[in-house]
Structures are given as C-alpha cells and as structure tokens.
Design a protein around this ligand. Structure first.
Ligand SMILES: *Cc1c(COP(=O)(O)O)cnc(C)c1O
Length: 373
C-alpha cells in the first residue's frame, strides 16, 4: 500500500500540471460515497441513492479539491499571494492551502451572512480577511479588478485550475460504482462545481467539454476513455438566489444557504452547456425545504451537511417522487460542505430538546425508560 498523499499526486496524469510543479496538498479527496438506506425505505422508493460527502475534506468542503490544484499551479508560477471573494468555504480553503504553501491569502467576504465556522477558519489560518460592504457578487467584481493591477493570483472558480481539481470527484465516483451514475445532483451557486463534475465524467468517456476546452491545451493531459456513459446533470438553486431559473442575474440574492447565495454566477455559460449536453435541468428549493432536508438527512442517516449541500438532496427527493428522476435508477447527490461549519442554523430553536435532571441515578433512569425507541 502506498500512502495516499492527496489528489494532485493521485490524479496527476489527468491534470494539466507541469511535471516539476510541487503539490500543495492536505490529503484532500477520497471522500466517502455513502449509500442511503433508511431514507429510501422510509420514503418508499427503489432508487440506488448515494451521497458524496465532500464535507469530509480537510477544510470541510469540496473547495479543497479545486484549491490544491489552483495553489499548486500558483506557486509553480511563482505567486507570493492568492486572493478570492468568498461566501465562506473558498476563503477557508484558500487560507489553509496558502499556509501550507507559505504564501499570503487575501479573502474578501460579504457583509453579514457568513457562517461563523468558515470565518473562524480564515482567521485561524492567518488569512488577511477583508469585509466588503456589499454581497458576494460585489466581492467577485473587486477581486477581478485588483487582479489586474496587483501581483496576486485569483483562486476563485474563474481560475480554470479550480475546476480541474474539482473534476476528480467524478473520477472517484466512477471508480467506486464501476460506472457513471444515471443522475448526478448538485447545489448550484457560481456553477463551477456542476461544470467540473461534467468535465470529469466527460473526460472518462474520452470527450471534452466547454470548460475543458476553455482551458486550452498546455500541458496536455490524459483523457483516455474508461467508461462510455455520463449522467444526467441536475442543478438545484435556492429560490431566493436562482438566476438559472430566472434566466439572468438576481440583484439581491437571499437564502439561509449562504454558500449558494450568489446572484451572478461566474460559470454561467459552462453550466448551460452542461444542461444541454447532459439533458439535465435546473430547479429550485425554498429555504424551508432545504432546512427540512438537512434535518431529515441528519436524523435518518447520520450525515450532517450544511444547508447549501442539502439543496441537492432536497431537489433529488422531490424529482424522484414525481418521477422526473426515473424509478430504479442510480442517483448521486453531492453534499458539498460539512454541517459543523454553520451550527447556528440548527440551533435557532435553542436547546428546546434539552432535558435537565437532578444529579441522581433514579432521575436519569426514569428519563431513559420513558424515552427508549
Ligand atoms: C461553493 C459551494 C457551493 C456552490 O458551488 P458552485 O461551484 O459555486 O456552484 C455549494 N455548497 C457549498 C457548501 C459550497 O461551499
């Protein structure tokens, strides 16, 4: 057994990195693909339903997959600093990988509405945190502007190396299932991840996609076909931040799912190409449905994802129920981030379920007998 040292080492032949680029890694990737058992039987359907739990990456979200490749390339190019706009998870990953590389991370976060755990990560890793008095889309615009005038490397998903790293999740899924799933469901914010998965699945069939072609050719990398099918790609947005459903940018995006609170997606064209080529669709879930699904998953399967992540499962369950996702098919939902990043959301009701007893055995025993399932 060779030690697993992260996805740059593992998938290097399928990534456009120069042979001499030194991997900047925290052992990201190889996240569990968990087959749901209790939920399908509870809801009475027969699809093979899996969740790819990306919350178990080193900083707790799939952003690590993109960041290891983006920072590896930035350092290879001689960058001394990276910068990103972020709703939280990108800044957490940028901060950690910058430390690993020994360079500076500048992160622009929006005013309010950033999960405390994510902010804590940027702070503890010593990133320079700049709060912009505006939303994510304002931060993104500013990052693009200063990227023109200052020697910093942008590590948002407009950096094509990010999507290259993120495509590796599709590789892992095909390796585990022995083939591509029939449907792949994701939450959609900037739409980089749905474009990256489609690139990953497509390259495993020997094809290119709009996102891979936009990257150009140097250095060339392996796209040898190992399978012949690709999934239907389905993207779910939060109703208050659903530009793909509205047909254009949303000026004031609002949702509890802060990781997808984005009004002007950066990978707009890529995502529409995914929609068309895969025969997929976009749909929306409202905040109540998203939070109910987060809780349902935690209560029935023991998996705690963040609200944005629950959008994928929320939409998938609805589309399975309606038959839009065909009965009996294999479905994978990406759970993009870890629920621990944003405990406030689930603690809104306070400690309503807390039971207090005197420090006596009889009181505890009484409590147990009353509540045995
Ligand atoms: C970044 C992020 C998303 C959205 O991904 P996009 O590539 O922007 O569509 C969804 N969920 C979580 C937890 C994220 O961190």
């Amino acid at each position: 057994m060779t030690r697993y040292t992260g996805l740059v080492d593992h998938y290097r032949h399928r990534l456009p990195l120069a042979p001499e680029a030194r991997p900047i890694s925290l052992g990201e990737g190889r996240t569990p693909l968990i087959r749901l058992q209790n939920l399908p039987s509870k809801l009475g359907f027969e699809n093979e339903l899996y969740v790819k739990f990306e919350g178990l990456n080193p900083t707790g979200s799939f952003k690590d997959r993109g960041m290891t490749v983006a920072v590896t390339q930035a350092v290879h190019e001689g960058a001394r600093a990276i910068i990103c706009a972020s709703t939280g998870n990108t800044s957490a990953a940028a901060a950690a990988y910058a430390v690993r590389a020994g360079i500076t991370a500048f992160v622009l976060i929006p005013e309010g509405k950033i999960a405390l755990g994510k902010l804590a990560q940027a702070v503890v890793h010593g990133a320079v945190v700049i709060q912009v008095l505006g939303n994510f889309d304002d931060g993104m615009r500013l990052v693009k502007e200063v990227g023109q005038t200052t020697p910093v490397s942008i590590v948002n998903s407009i950096n094509p190396y990010r999507l290259q790293g993120q495509k590796t999740a599709a590789f892992e899924i095909v390796e585990e299932l022995g083939r591509a799933p029939d449907y792949h469901c994701l939450p959609v914010g900037n739409a980089g991840n749905i474009s990256a998965y489609w690139m990953g699945y497509s390259e495993l069939t020997g094809r290119t996609t709009l996102a891979s072609r936009a990257f150009g050719d140097a250095p060339a990398y392996d796209r040898t076909a190992v399978t012949d099918t690709r999934p239907v790609m389905v993207g779910y947005q939060a109703s208050g931040a659903a530009p793909f459903l509205r047909g254009g940018p949303v000026k004031v995006p609002e949702t509890v799912a802060t990781a997808i609170r984005i009004g002007d997606p950066q990978s707009w064209d890529f995502a529409w190409a995914v929609h068309e080529e895969s025969g997929g669709w976009f749909d929306e879930c409202d905040d109540d449905q998203i939070l109910a699904t987060q809780k349902l998953l935690a209560e029935t399967e023991g998996v705690f994802c963040e609200p944005a992540s629950a959008a994928s499962l929320c939409g998938a369950l609805r589309d399975i129920r309606s038959g839009r996702i065909a009965a009996g098919t294999t479905v994978v939902c990406t759970l993009t981030g870890n629920g621990l990043k944003d405990p406030d959301i689930v603690m809104k009701k306070g400690l309503a379920g807390l039971i207090q007893v005197p420090a006596e055995r009889s009181a505890v025993e009484k409590c147990l007998t009353e509540r045995m399932r």
